[in-house]
Design a protein around this ligand. Structure first.
Ligand SMILES: Cc1cc2nc3c(=O)[nH]c(=O)nc-3n(C[C@H](O)[C@H](O)[C@H](O)COP(=O)(O)O)c2cc1C
Length: 172
């Protein structure tokens, strides 16, 4: 029998980036949640996936949504990650948003944005797995925000990325 806390700790050894996934709720309200379960899935067709806890406040919105946008955060967007990691509905207060495909709210200054239509939803234990088909994408060269063993980390980042050295600096 695997202990849930031990499993969570072990999974934390897998360093990830940090994303915020957004959509619109049934009444048109903006919805967003901080997510590090994002993963590339397929190049042809262009598919990505992420998973959302079934106990999340935003689950009904993502279960009904036809589209969502995945924002890969830059190293200076930790506050945005914290804001969207709290349950509730007022996460967009005083945030400037753009309008994406199907009116999905778009956050500014991220390193990559994948605008997706919902291709599949699967049961995943205490999570729902959402598979998106990438309809539009944007990228911007910037150092990424990382998450490792329950803490944020930022890399030392040199341009251009092809020759840059990444060195982990754990956030205090
Ligand atoms: C770095 C980080 C990554 C996270 N990744 C996920 C994730 O992949 N899936 C998930 O359901 N929650 C994830 N969370 C937790 C949610 O952001 C958090 O439960 C949030 O309150 C959900 O918002 P909601 O309850 O308004 O839907 C993550 C939190 C942090 C800080």
């Amino acid at each position: 029998m695997i202990d849930a806390r031990e499993l969570r700790n072990a999974l934390g050894h897998f360093a990830t980036g940090v994303t915020v996934v957004t959509t619109r709720g049934p009444s048109g309200e903006p919805i967003g949640v901080t997510v590090n379960s994002f993963a590339a899935l397929s190049l042809d067709p262009p598919l990505v996936l992420w998973s959302l806890a079934k106990r999340s406040w935003s689950l009904p919105a993502f279960e009904a949504a036809s589209h969502f946008a995945i924002h890969v955060l830059a190293s200076d967007q930790q506050a945005l990650s914290d804001r969207f990691a709290k349950a509730g509905h007022d996460k967009f207060a005083a945030i400037e948003v753009g309008q994406g495909v199907a009116n999905v709210p778009l956050l500014q200054s991220c390193t990559a944005v994948f605008q997706c239509s919902v291709e599949h939803r699967y049961d995943g234990g205490d999570h729902v797995i959402l598979v998106g088909r990438v309809e539009l994408l944007h990228t911007r060269s910037a150092a990424p925000l990382l998450f490792y063993r329950g803490r944020y980390a930022t890399p030392e980042y040199e341009q251009p990325p092809a020759t840059g050295l990444l060195k982990l600096l754990l956030a205090a």
